[in-house]
Design a protein around this ligand. Structure first.
Ligand SMILES: [Zn+2]
Length: 438
């Protein structure tokens, strides 16, 4: 049980809103050369309510099929309470009923907006403020997205819709869904108490939908079963089914948007700190730390907790600041930008399936965790005093000249790009149109 305490603390440190920073930027870079997107016609912006009212019976059927499948298939899946099922005939507020049937936070704004790539904003267009796009818990001084407002009926590029939607699950979809969270739906959704998440962050309750520790030692699970209670793979499944339905019924705007939501969860798991609670720490070390803490020497435990939090945050800041600098300076050819777009490994992965996140994406990412954590440690040890969390998003002077760190970073971003394309191709495949099951 003491191990459980340790792991609870360890898991409580990871800021879940990262996962390679702004997902829109990485998505543009990963997907921009995909022929299926390139050649696709512009799509017409439509409100969610229109998709719901025009396809209501098909949506009811899809969500019922998905619930049946999820109960059989996903480990530790908390069944959806039957009263959240969509009624056969739409009620007064179909949007709220739909979000609740998906067990998503019904307070999300679902703004009609796209993010431009850094350096490619359109200042003449009207922009939305962050608080018009993101729920209050996800606002932070770190947010630096620009949101170009879209009008209903406007024609927009599929890539812009898809890439923008890939950042959206961090705007509140999974906030306050657990029975011990604040808010209206906490008691209704049936997810039970929140298994992990850092209480220092207002958005911490989303963590179990954005991280997944699927490849731990059985001893760890035996001591800390709550580590298995996370469902990023289920979210990717739900949104893929909705995307296919929307495409098949002529609601392409929503097709790309749902596909972007699912893509977010795939991308999150390419970040090793979203796939391992404590990368680089073996089981024995964990037990030893706990034994020392029990004997009254808790410092190594607290150091481990601090260390993981710092490394995760610092490497994402390093990568994001570097990428923004490259994009703002208009640099087209650079190993980091090429890493996102490199399709060389795409064919080496198994075809997409409902277990792809668990068996391929997170397995690969968990495997890379220890070496990645180690090289970040070496970089931080050689770098000038790093900015603390309280120093906000101040970008320190950084020359990005750490070959070992950069090599691992580029490799992980290649994985980000490849898995993004594989998921998107699965959503766009015509043969799969309309089918919810894998
Ligand atoms: Zn996320």
């Amino acid at each position: 049980m003491k191990l459980k305490t340790l792991l609870l603390l360890l898991c409580s440190v990871a800021p879940a809103a990262w996962g390679w920073s702004n997902h829109t930027v990485g998505s543009y870079l990963a997907l921009q050369n995909l022929p299926a997107l390139h050649e696709a016609a512009l799509v017409e912006v439509e409100p969610l309510e229109r998709f719901l009212s025009q396809q209501y019976p098909a949506i009811v059927q899809l969500l019922d099929e998905q619930e049946r499948f999820a109960r059989q298939h996903f480990a530790q899946y908390p069944p959806r309470p039957d009263n959240l099922k969509l009624p056969a005939m739409p009620g007064d507020n179909p949007r709220q009923a739909f979000l609740m049937a998906l067990r998503v936070n019904p307070e999300i704004h679902l703004a009609m907006a796209i993010q431009p790539l850094p350096g490619q904003d359109l200042p003449q267009r009207k922009h939305l403020k962050a608080e018009q796009v993101m729920v209050e818990q996800t606002l932070s001084p770190w947010n630096r997205q620009r949101f170009i407002q879209l009008a209903e009926g406007e024609k927009v590029a599929p890539l812009a819709v898809l890439a923008s939607a890939a950042d959206e699950p961090d705007y509140g979809h999974d906030i306050n869904l657990f029975s011990d969270n604040a808010g209206e739906v906490a008691a209704l959704y049936g997810f039970g108490p929140q298994p992990f998440g850092d209480e220092r962050f207002q958005y911490s309750s989303q963590a179990p939908f954005h991280m997944g520790f699927f490849h731990e030692n059985p001893v760890v699970y035996a001591a800390a079963g709550f580590l298995e209670r996370s469902w990023p793979d289920w979210r990717a499944y739900q949104y893929l089914g909705l995307a296919r339905l929307a495409f098949a019924t002529g609601h392409s705007y929503w097709g790309y948007r749902f596909l972007g939501w699912g893509l977010h969860h795939v991308q999150d798991l390419t970040q090793p700190y979203h796939a391992k609670p404590l990368p680089g720490v073996g089981l024995l070390s964990m037990l030893l730390m706990e034994a020392k803490a029990l004997a009254g020497f808790a410092s190594s435990k607290h150091e481990a907790i601090e260390r993981v939090a710092t490394r995760h945050m610092e490497v994402e800041k390093y990568q994001a600041a570097w990428l923004y600098r490259l994009l703002r300076s208009g640099q087209q050819v650079h190993p980091m930008i090429q890493a996102y777009a490199d399709t060389a490994q795409d064919a080496s992965y198994p075809p997409y399936s409902v277990d792809y996140l668990r068996e391929v994406v997170s397995a690969q990412s968990a495997d890379a965790g220890a070496a990645f954590d180690d090289v970040i440690g070496q970089w931080l040890a050689s770098a000038p005093a790093s900015s603390s969390f309280s120093a906000g998003n101040q970008v320190q002077r950084e020359d990005y000249d750490h070959p070992q760190l950069n090599q691992q970073l580029f490799e992980l971003l290649e994985h980000f790009g490849a898995h993004s394309r594989i998921y998107v191709r699965a959503g766009l495949a015509p043969s799969a149109a309309g089918k919810a099951a894998p």
